[in-house]
Ligand binder design. Structure first.
Ligand SMILES: Nc1ncnc2c1ncn2[C@@H]1O[C@H](COP(=O)(O)OP(=O)(O)OP(=O)(O)O)[C@@H](O)[C@H]1O
Ligand SMILES: [Mg+2]
Length: 428
């Protein structure tokens, strides 16, 4: 019997990012063995349009990774574009008191309430053709007597209380999307074990614990989407997906040169964007001419300053839209929540100078995250912002990104319940 290998796969709308890893139990961490990205096909604006094409690309990732490590993959952790999902919070309370009027809260109370919440979410979602794919316990609260108010507590275990409350963040996916993906992985003979959206594990990976406590805004600047997550008191208090991203910047470049947006022009502009991937305007930029199609006589050109301005303005606008949406959201307004820093991830965060542009918009410290891979293998090329979600995905479900203050026993039990969502098929 070989080692047990897992594939974490981020189905981005631009590229599929995959890593193969094994879980190092005694260190409670993962060991990454290989990583790979492949162009996404069969997905348009986050929606699966051609499952066969998608399957071929997934197969390519799996084949090249398994070839590299010389072993099969057993199961898959998957993140899917958030457009296929709904996310929400639900609060539930449960009386824990016995005949004496209070009780000491222990693991079994927490498990019971967690399971009740999950059952309720499942019941409500199934009638709407939605499937619960992921959840996180955001907050606990307790109330000492029947009449007193609930107070938020870090860890309820060991507390005297009359009742226990829980705020859960959960992610539902359209059931037909899950069954389509299920079929793809069945045909590829790997077990689809767990599914979530990229920004949950990505944000947990990129945003350090103290920042999650003090308030932070995580932004995954992808191709079709820019996702935002707000943390406060170590909870996800708000999330949002803006349907604009790196693709929007590329389209802007096509238009800036007076061209039509077709596949070829888009490709040319995409190349240009990556070549001049810098948002900081320098004095000599206005002297440098950029041609849209350099090999064409009488081609249109702009100077580099103009090209940078086109990219910079769109980046700025996307940050402003995120800022407005987040700050106008009910949760942040009602609870007076603010955040103290901004953390960027995703392929578009590779622009030089993007942190400066974000600083202009948010007036806060800005960091560009990378996965900080600790591995014997040379992962320099992929130790980059677009790999943050997929590395986070691996660590998240493997265990060490989940609430560190919670006993893992609770989590494992409840996660076991989630597994029944997916028909687990073993390779024959
Ligand atoms: N060096 C670079 N400079 C600027 N943009 C870049 C660079 N490298 C990649 N990008 C852009 O990053 C985007 C891809 O990012 P990413 O891989 O995070 O997206 P995705 O996860 O596939 O898509 P989404 O999250 O929107 O579903 C593309 O728009 C690409 O052009
Ligand atoms: Mg992405």
């Amino acid at each position: 019997m070989g080692r047990k290998l897992t594939l974490a796969l981020d189905l981005g709308s631009y590229e599929l990012k995959g890593i193969i890893f094994e879980i190092v139990e005694y260190k409670n961490t993962i060991h990454v063995l290989a990583a790979k990205k492949e162009k996404t096909l069969g997905i348009e604006e986050g929606k699966i349009k051609n499952p066969n094409l998608l399957k071929e690309q997934v197969e390519k990732v799996i084949e090249s990774l398994t070839e590299e490590v010389g072993d099969y993959v057993d199961d898959v952790y998957l993140s899917i574009p958030p457009i296929n999902t709904l996310q929400n919070n639900m609060v539930k309370q449960m009386i824990v008191a016995d005949s004496t009027g209070s009780a000491i809260i222990d693991n079994s109370h927490v498990s019971e309430l967690t399971e009740k919440l999950i059952d309720e979410i499942k019941r409500k979602s199934e009638s709407q053709q939605l499937t619960l794919i992921d959840f996180m316990i955001n907050e606990y609260s307790t109330s000492p007597t029947p009449k007193s108010k609930y107070e938020i507590v870090d860890n309820p275990i060991g507390m005297h209380a009359y009742s226990l409350g829980m705020d859960m963040f959960f992610v539902l996916a359209e059931s037909y999307v899950i069954s389509t993906l299920q079929n793809i992985f069945d045909e590829l003979e790997v077990i689809l074990d767990k599914v979530t959206v990229p920004y949950v594990p990505g944000s947990l990976k990129a945003v350090p614990y103290t920042a999650r406590k003090n308030g932070a805004l995580y932004i995954d600047f992808g191709a079709s989407f820019t996702d935002a997550v707000v943390f406060k008191n170590n909870s996800i208090v708000h999330s949002y997906s803006l349907p604009l991203g790196g693709d929007t910047i590329t389209s802007d470049l096509v238009r800036a040169f007076g061209k039509n947006i077709d596949d070829r022009n888009f490709e040319l502009a995409e190349k240009m964007k990556k070549k001049y991937s810098n948002l900081i305007i320098e004095a000599e930029d206005s002297q440098k001419n950029i041609f849209f199609e350099p090999d064409l006589l009488s081609d249109l050109f702009l100077n580099l300053e103009q090209v940078k301005l086109v990219m910079r303005e769109r980046v700025k606008e996307i940050f402003s839209l995120i800022k407005d949406e987040v700050e106008q959201s009910n949760v942040l307004k009602a609870r007076g929540i603010n955040y103290a820093q901004v953390i960027l991830a995703g392929g578009t965060a590779k622009f030089d100078g993007i942190a400066d542009v974000a600083k202009e918009v948010f007036n806060l410290p800005v960091v560009v995250a990378t996965p900080f891979i600790d591995s014997g293998v040379d992962f320099e090329e992929i130790d980059s912002p677009e790999f943050v979600p997929v590395y986070g995905l691996a660590e998240y479900f493997a265990g060490d990104l989940r609430k560190p203050e919670l006993s893992s026993g609770i989590f494992n039990r409840v996660m076991g319940k989630l597994k029944t969502i997916f028909n687990r098929k073993k390779r024959g």
